[in-house]
Design a binder for this molecule. Sequence first.
Ligand code: AHG
Ligand code: MN
Ligand code: MN
Length: 337
Amino acid sequence: MSNKVITIERFIIEEERAHPGASGDFSGLLRDLTLAFKIIWREVSKAGLVNILGMAGTENIHGDQVKKLDVFADEKIYQAMDHGGYLCVMASEENEDVLQIPEKYPTGKYVLLYDPLDGSSNIDVNVNIGSIFSIYRRVTPKGQGTLEDCLQPGYKQVGAGYALYGSSTMLVYTTGDGVHGFTFDPSIGEFLLSHENIKMPKRGKIYSVNEGNYRYWFDGVKKYVKYLQEEDEATNRPYSGRYIGSMVADIHRTLMYGGIFMYPGDTKHPNGKLRLMYECNPVSFIIEQASGKASNGEKRILDIKPESLHQRVPIFAGSEEDVTIAEEFVQGKRGLD
Ligand code: AHG
Ligand code: MN
Ligand code: MN
């Protein structure tokens, strides 16, 4: 085993060097993002100590309660990314409209979409939360970017990842060349390569869904979950249930152990809860790059043509075989024996 210590910065630079013609902008962009995650980590890890917890007293544009840490994370990512000259526009789950780059700074060729703090209902109870990001190349020619630059289908992403603030803090990302994980070493303030080229099992034995919504699920989802709970040695059923309620943490476990994470549409919320641009697209890119699959039940998430910045989509993501079976149930091609 090699005892080489590889920082995320070194890894990104070496990855970029392997692609002749790369300008270095992408590594600069990821470096700036890493700084934002360190700052958020610092705040998250002292959240129990300072009076930053509790509701900010406002609702975000989705009608969710905004906690102070969401606002903090939102601002820190914007501030870390507004001046590097790499981006032409940003959009965040916490803001209704696109976020422009200040006039005094240069604009660049990339577009950043982010969920600054995912799993906010878990902040107060010391349960894993995270930040999710998604990067596209701009489609408008120059100057300030527009909504058009942001509304691209997920398969056009050139990078995506998340920071997970937990028992240890991790950064997991892909640029379309596999998925790599880095663990934060607070003593030196660096993310160090800990999980190179993550691949998920073809089939898992864990399912992850908010079963409290059972009453509202469509028939296919009800049957699929019942199927997972049946006993069958050959397919390792019944599966175990695990649901943290922070998508980023549930996805991270799914990435490491396999199985399926889902937030289906239901009779109350036909498109589910999770947002295409800030949550579903980036995690789908990562899951696919780790040999998994991500679907809305009918088609690949990454092929969905976005219509609005904050649109929601149902999601079934995880091990390839598990997601394929889920699709069959959702589409009514399969039922219980
Ligand atoms: P956010 O904190 O960014 O608003 O996202 C919360 C999301 C996601 O993290 C999680 O998977 C889901 O909400 C949980 O929703 P339920 O409480 O409905 O299960
Ligand atoms: Mn979220
Ligand atoms: Mn959020």
